[in-house]
Design a binder for this molecule. Structure first.
Ligand code: AP5
Length: 176
């Protein structure tokens, strides 16, 4: 499994859409949203990170167990950490990482100004625009911990404005 990570709006999903090959892209947020709609009655993606932490953790664990049963070449689109009203919490607790076979951890990022602009210009979402720099910094700390725990390499890809093709090409070069 290859795991794609980054702060919201870094462009993970956009970069993954540009890849060619026989990898199946699985979005952790899509699977959690299904669980949280069913179990907790939420309506949209931007309510997810504001649910009480215990509810988020329950949905997160249910998804981790589903993923452990998946075979084949998978790219997981997810988060190093989730910024909640109760603080940052880990997207990939070690208890989940030990269930999966992780080949690489790929962190997609851009400058704080680019990230802020993308969030403000995304009409489909209610995105927060504060503390982007701190979240990016926290994520890199989580990334190093995940890499040390799994032994998988950590790769950082810059997805700069107007340079999407370069980010896609760099990610593509990591696929076997
Ligand atoms: P998820 O579905 O991963 O989050 P999302 O909010 O949909 O996606 P992101 O916000 O991460 O954005 P992105 O980086 O994919 O950027 P995009 O490609 O859209 O997760 C949803 C929720 O699920 C999370 O909030 C969390 O609550 C929960 N969750 C997920 N994983 C979890 C886990 N492991 N544990 C617990 N909870 C978890 O691009 C953004 C914008 O930028 C777009 O408008 C795009 O067109 C633009 N753009 C992208 N690249 C460029 C470029 N190069 N130049 C110009 N514009 C660009």
């Amino acid at each position: 499994m290859i795991i794609a990570l980054g702060v919201p709006g870094a462009g993970k999903t956009t970069v993954l859409k540009g890849l060619k090959g026989d990898y199946e892209v699985v979005n952790y947020g899509d699977l959690m949203l299904e669980v949280e709609k069913r179990e907790f009655g939420i309506k949209d993606r931007d309510e997810m990170r504001k649910l009480p932490i215990e509810k988020q953790k329950l949905a997160q664990k249910m998804v981790a167990e589903t993923l452990a049963k998946m075979d084949g070449k998978v790219i997981l689109d997810t988060h190093c950490s989730v910024a909640t009203p109760s603080g940052y919490y880990p997207g990939l607790p070690f208890e989940f990482l030990k269930l999966w076979n992780v080949d690489a951890l790929v962190y997609v990022t851009a400058s704080v100004e680019e990230l802020k602009e993308r969030r403000q210009n995304d009409p489909t979402r209610k995105r927060d625009v504060d503390d982007i720099a701190l979240h990016d910094e926290m994520n890199k700390a989580y990334l190093a911990a995940y890499s040390a725990f799994t032994g998988a390499p950590a790769v950082v890809i810059y997805n700069r404005n107007g340079k999407l093709e370069e980010a896609v090409a760099k990610f593509q070069s990591l696929l076997k």
